[in-house]
Design a protein around this ligand. Structure first.
Ligand code: C2O
Ligand code: CU
Length: 474
């Protein structure tokens, strides 16, 4: 049952579509968000929030150029939205509550309908109450297939995440905990690959080539992956193909929250050999996955030629010559004296009272250019405005003692420099991992009109103020 009001809301939102056809056809897909009991991280019955009863939600697959036409059906006890992370969608489809759409209240529906201009590995998640909703299980992968996929015998998807479960096997209810918000975010002891406890095990025949799509769907955990026993190549970052495949060798592949990487792995040719994947972020050394080469020895004896990267997506190239330069200074957080946003005592007390009454909100401890962006407050004026089509040269200056995966909505950017040193590959990304005290420069063509967020994808950091907006006019 689709109510007329919702139809109209969707129709006005997707203003580029002919109204008649929208009224005529029902959405092609439904995505129901609802409480569900799921198997997760070694527990058999976790009371989660899930898309279509599954954690992670269903993997949505499309061809490039296809229409996504999906109705979110909110059967959660809370309002929600869906953000299509990394997809260049029309502004009204971006899922940011009160900025691009009204929150979808419990019992209501919202129709998302837009074309998919780019191929690659993307994901979707709520953008309202995110630190709680993602940590309770709401996230899923979205894959737009390449027109000419790189040759490989397998196409695997690994969604990485971690969970904070209590003794009873349910989620610890300490969402928006002050320590999490002001430090590294909500980290959980239960690290999973595709919702099963690490190390994840998978097998393929000796000598086979695997395309591996990695998505970091964790609320806050940064992974740094080291592959041993295989020849890994990186072919895409954040869904965007590299100009050519890059051999990773022994180097570590960083994957902050929200980020994706597509790899090609050539398995060893000897039967019984194993490939291991370790997370070595910080002082850690965790075995995340093991791939066993199982079966008869490979016939070929020579290493396979380097893989081709997928064809590039149709993105406009930044023009640095007359770019609009903008700097975002990231401030606040523990172990830092500067950049703490104003938080007068009365406001703090009022918030504490509201929290005791069940409200979910974080204390403002982070800032962008001195201001905290706490909720998707429509009164929060854009940090900068740019004329449609102009290149923005954006500098993230991290004055904090913490890592921040900075995500830009509606656009992909080219990474230019880290601490003044040019980044040779100039890879395209939508989320940039900025280390403590580091300065990173990126550039993008602001060709998607509307108000867009830029925020840290450590979900508790965003809730604690690390976000802002920019406006593309025209
Ligand atoms: Cu993946 Cu604004 O988020
Ligand atoms: Cu952060």
């Amino acid at each position: 049952m689709i109510r007329r009001r919702d139809w109209l809301a969707a129709t006005t939102a997707a203003c580029t579509l002919p109204t008649a056809s929208l009224r005529a056809a029902a959405p092609r897909q439904r995505l129901r968000a609802a409480p569900a009991t799921v198997a997760l991280a070694g527990q058999t019955a976790v009371a989660a929030w899930a898309y279509e009863g599954r954690v992670h939600g269903p993997t949505l697959r499309y061809r490039r150029g296809a229409m996504l036409d999906l109705e979110l059906d909110n059967a959660l006890p809370d309002a929600t939205t869906i953000h299509w992370h990394g997809l260049r969608v029309p502004n009204a489809m971006d899922g940011v509550p009160n900025v691009t759409q009204p929150p979808v209240a419990p019992g209501e529906r919202f129709r998302y309908r837009f074309a998919l201009p780019d191929s690659g590995t993307f994901w979707y998640h709520p953008h309202l109450g995110t630190p709680e909703q993602v940590a309770r299980g709401l996230s899923g992968a979205l894959i737009v297939e390449d027109e000419e996929a790189p040759e490989a015998e397998h196409d695997w998807l690994w969604l990485l995440a971690d969970w904070r479960l209590d003794e009873g096997g349910g989620f610890a209810e300490d969402f928006y905990d002050y320590m999490d918000v002001s430090h590294a975010g909500r980290l959980g002891r239960h690290v999973t690959v595709n919702a099963r406890s690490a190390p994840h095990e998978q097998r393929a025949a000796p000598g086979e080539r695997v395309r591996l799509r990695l998505v970091n769907a964790a609320p806050a955990r940064i992974f740094a992956l080291r592959f041993a026993g295989a020849v890994p190549w990186v072919i895409a970052l954040d869904g965007a193909p590299l100009a050519q495949a890059q051999a990773l060798g022994d180097a570590v592949l960083p994957l902050g929250p929200g980020m994706r990487s597509d790899l090609i792995l050539d398995l060893p040719r000897e039967p019984g050999a194993r490939v291991t994947v370790h997370d070595v972020f910080g002082r850690g050394q965790r075995e995340l996955a093991v791939i066993a080469a199982d079966g008869a020895a490979a016939r070929a004896t020579a290493p396979r030629p380097a893989p081709r990267a997928p064809a590039a997506n149709p993105l406009a190239e930044p023009v640095l010559r007359d770019a609009q330069a903008e700097t975002l200074v990231l401030g606040g957080g523990m172990m830092s004296m500067s950049g703490w946003p104003d938080d007068p005592l009365p406001a703090r007390l009022a918030r504490r009272l509201r929290r005791m009454g069940g409200s979910r909100e974080a204390d403002p401890v982070w800032s962008v250019n001195g201001r905290a962006h706490l909720t998707h407050d429509p009164a929060h004026a854009p940090e900068f405005e740019v004329e449609r089509g102009r290149t923005v040269r954006l500098t993230f200056e991290n004055r904090t003692a913490w890592w921040h995966p900075m995500h830009v909505h509606g656009h992909s950017f080219r990474e230019l420099a880290r601490n003044g040193r040019p980044l040779p590959g100039r890879a395209l990304r939508d989320t940039m991992l900025v280390a403590p005290r580091e300065t990173v420069e990126v550039a993008f063509v602001a060709d998607n009109p509307g108000d867009w967020l830029i925020h840290c994808h450590v979900l508790e950091h965003h809730a604690g103020g690390m976000g802002t907006r920019f406006r593309v006019s025209g």
